[in-house]
Design a protein around this ligand. Structure first.
Ligand SMILES: Cc1cc2nc3c(=O)[nH]c(=O)nc-3n(C[C@H](O)[C@H](O)[C@H](O)COP(=O)(O)OP(=O)(O)OC[C@H]3O[C@@H](n4cnc5c(N)ncnc54)[C@H](O)[C@@H]3O)c2cc1C
Length: 465
């Protein structure tokens, strides 16, 4: 049985047309269990080998207690131009921007949806797309980020507080939907449920720099590891998983790991006069009666699975307690916990050591760069904009990989501005355009013509100061 048969059959089921409609279309579909025996495979779909256990090639526990992973040949599932790994705010912008320049772009994401912390992490507040110029506020985040906000305005409950000078708030489900729309419109190949677990390096270093050259990534899937080979890679995993695996110099940061939640029925709150407003009510969202509730949490290593597991349990207990506290306040009895974020809120982990490093001092001084590929904003729009030099996206010691989003090269204090997600839109957009420009020019990420990158960014409505 081939894939198209399955998808057609499943499609009919999805549409709810049932047996009658299927029979009309000439496809025999039965709802009985026995008839589904044709879904049983006895051979591995890629290798054709019998599924008798001989295909397994597990790790070995050595006598000295060490564990050895056998060398294997990894199947290649895609050979492409620009591979974008991580579909958060930065990665979605990178992928859309690159695809709009006409190159082939697969987008790899470990979860089943797009948006990263802005959707799975329930971080709904869009902080930092304004700056102050004299006594005026200016919106510096334009390009694909602004296009997303505009399109959210056109969708029911998509975004609120879009008035000039305010920090808007979006709805995570509407944003998930919008990203599906924008990513499919751009013809991006989506590899969801694919966890990038390694980098692929060329067999010889770059002749000019002697640095390793990234040529793709390995994704861990239910079918085992699979390879995506690419001319350029953009690492927007937030945690720098690809540049880390490729050997890029970086720092490891620890900062406030929280868990965000949403509470509902706030439109039914009716406290008796004089009732003290309970804590942990969070902030408004575009959905009536629903607030998003942020959390700070302890500063620990967001790449350590034991830390993350412990915090998931701890934070869930804390959120439950907080909501019960709200509900025990007179007039707030109907408030309930609508959801906790499916994805824990890791604020920062690995930050690449770039050719340029953003500093707060330079940002405050309004330092300008010839290779400026974007301008970032301030949390409350209360200070001047800061330019993003291309070198902040470019690792010092590895070739053909760029980063965008919260792992962009910045000193710790500056990372607090870099990581807010409109600024991730900006750096993701720039990384996507630069990677695509390098492919179109047949150059490398290091030697790409930055003037051309800037021209392409301006053509996509980016603001470069
Ligand atoms: C609790 C909390 C509150 C915050 N509050 C605000 C706020 O109020 N306003 C604001 O603007 N910002 C806020 N931020 C910051 C902002 O949400 C993030 O910094 C921003 O979303 C980062 O975007 P990104 O694209 O760089 O990374 P992420 O949003 O982290 O996206 C990374 C994507 O890559 C995927 N990924 C990761 N590793 C892999 C892998 N190995 N293989 C495949 N896919 C992978 C992830 O699943 C995810 O989709 C907050 C952050 C947190 C944690």
């Amino acid at each position: 049985m081939n894939y198209s048969e399955v998808s057609r059959r499943d499609w009919i089921k999805t549409l709810g047309m049932g047996v009658g409609a299927a029979a009309l279309s000439g496809i025999g579909v039965s709802t009985s269990r026995e008839a589904r025996a044709d879904f049983v495979h006895k051979e591995d779909k890629t290798t054709g080998k019998l599924l008798d256990g001989s295909q397994a090639n597990p790790c070995k526990l050595n006598a000295d207690g060490t564990i050895a992973r056998p060398a294997i040949s990894v199947p290649k599932i895609s050979e492409t131009d620009v591979l974008v790994v991580g579909a958060g705010p930065a990665g979605c912008c990178a992928a859309i921007a690159a695809a709009r320049l006409g190159v082939k772009v697969p987008l790899v994401e470990r979860y089943g949806h797009f948006g990263g912390l802005a959707t799975g992490g329930l971080v709904l507040h869009i902080l930092g797309h304004w700056t102050k110029q004299g006594d005026k506020k200016v919106q510096v985040v334009q390009g694909i980020g602004e296009e997303m906000m505009k399109r959210l305005e056109g969708l029911p409950n998509g975004i609120c507080n879009r008035e000039f000078g305010k920090n808007p708030t979006l709805d995570s489900e509407v944003y998930k939907y919008l990203l599906v729309e924008m990513i499919t419109e751009a013809n991006i190949e989506c590899l969801l449920h694919s966890w990038c677990c390694d980098a692929i390096l060329a067999d010889s270093p770059d002749p000019a720099t002697g640095n390793p050259v990234v040529r793709g990534a390995i994704i861990q899937t239910k079918l085992g590891p699979q390879a995506v080979v690419a001319k350029q890679v953009v690492d927007t995993t937030g945690d720098g998983d690809v540049f880390y695996a490729a050997g890029a110099a970086h720092t490891q940061r620890e900062y406030d790991i929280g868990l965000v939640s949403r509470i509902a029925n706030l439109d039914r709150v009716n406290p008796p006069e004089g009732t003290k407003r309970p804590r942990h009510l969070g902030d408004v969202s575009p959905v009536k009666g629903v607030n998003w509730v942020n959390m700070a949490g302890p500063s620990l290593d967001g790449c350590d699975v034991r830390v993350l597991s412990k915090l998931e349990l701890q934070h869930r207990k804390q959120i439950w307690k907080q909501v019960q506290e709200v509900r025990s306040t007179p007039g707030y009895e109907d408030v309930y916990l609508m959801e906790t974020a499916p994805q824990i809120g890791v604020r920062i982990t690995r930050v690449v050591e770039g050719v340029e490093t953003l500093t707060l001092e330079n940002a405050k001084a309004g330092k300008t760069y010839d290779d400026c590929v974007g301008v970032g904003g301030a949390w409350g729009g209360d200070h001047i904009g800061w330019q993003v030099p291309y070198g902040a996206l470019l690792p010092k010691n590895v070739e053909n990989i760029l980063t965008g989003g919260r792992s962009v090269s910045a000193e710790p204090l500056m990372s607090d501005l870099v990581r807010v997600y409109p600024n991730c839109w900006v750096t993701g957009h720039a990384a996507g355009v630069a990677a695509a420009t390098a492919v179109l020019e047949d150059s490398t990420a290091r030697s790409v013509n930055v003037a051309e990158v800037r021209k392409n960014l301006l053509a996509q409505n980016a603001y470069l100061g």
